[in-house]
Design a protein around this ligand. Structure first.
Ligand SMILES: N[C@@H](CCC(=O)N[C@@H](CSCO)C(=O)NCC(=O)O)C(=O)O
Ligand SMILES: [Zn+2]
Ligand SMILES: [Zn+2]
Length: 189
């Protein structure tokens, strides 16, 4: 049986709704779940194979998107949150009981500062932007995935219409590179 990439990918992609206005995320705790309210739809949703993004049980990839931080509020049980790795660029705020990551915030100077990283599968609502591409695919090998199976993984993404990359997508990498060049004075700001 083919390995599960992610529940939002395995059986084909369901398109989001252009008019979707946001909703609530909650962690997986049966009692007193942490609740986060998003005031709009997400952007740049993607599958991510990196070792740092939260993945549901049995999945090889996370599905993670961004939203402006002023559109995100912790609305219940925020006392259960802790920062998984304060030295990472993305400070992932997770539930200390169930381990789910509720949001990842960039506090340092970074091209994506001002955006929070979130997982829309933690919502009961439908209409969230669908995954647009698969990022950091080769990173699953770093975590012990047999490289003999990587072509099957890439083919599966392609079969559901997602391009695969070993970094972020070219437009996002170009945006990062532009920010970096501007910081270094090599391009006008
Ligand atoms: N091979 C590494 C890659 C980790 C990595 O660079 N992850 C990206 C994407 S996370 C969501 O798209 C990143 O920007 N990380 C910054 C951070 O996590 O703080 C690995 O697998 O660990
Ligand atoms: Zn929890
Ligand atoms: Zn990641």
């Amino acid at each position: 049986m083919a390995p599960s990439l992610h529940p939002l990918v395995d059986n084909g992609i369901t398109k989001g709704s252009a008019s979707f206005a946001g909703g609530k995320l909650h962690c997986l705790c049966a009692s007193k779940p942490v609740e986060v309210t998003l005031g709009g739809n997400v952007l740049h949703n993607h599958a991510c194979g990196c070792s740092k993004c939260w993945k549901p049980a049995g999945a090889l990839f996370s599905v993670v998107a961004v939203i402006p931080r002023d559109q995100l509020a912790v609305t219940a049980n925020g006392d259960k949150l802790y920062v998984v790795d304060s030295s990472a660029a993305i400070q992932r705020n997770a539930c200390k009981e169930c381990g789910t990551h509720l949001f990842g915030r960039i506090e340092k100077e970074h091209p994506f500062k001002g955006l929070d990283f979130v997982h829309v599968e933690l919502s009961d609502e439908t209409g969230w932007q669908e995954p647009q591409f698969a990022a950091f695919v080769s990173s699953i090998i770093e975590q012990g995935f047999d490289p003999k199976g990587i072509a099957e993984v890439r083919d599966k993404f392609k079969s559901v219409g997602l391009e695969t990359y070993d970094a972020l997508s070219p437009p996002l990498m170009d945006a990062i590179a532009t920010w970096t060049a501007q910081k270094a004075g090599k391009l006008p700001a």
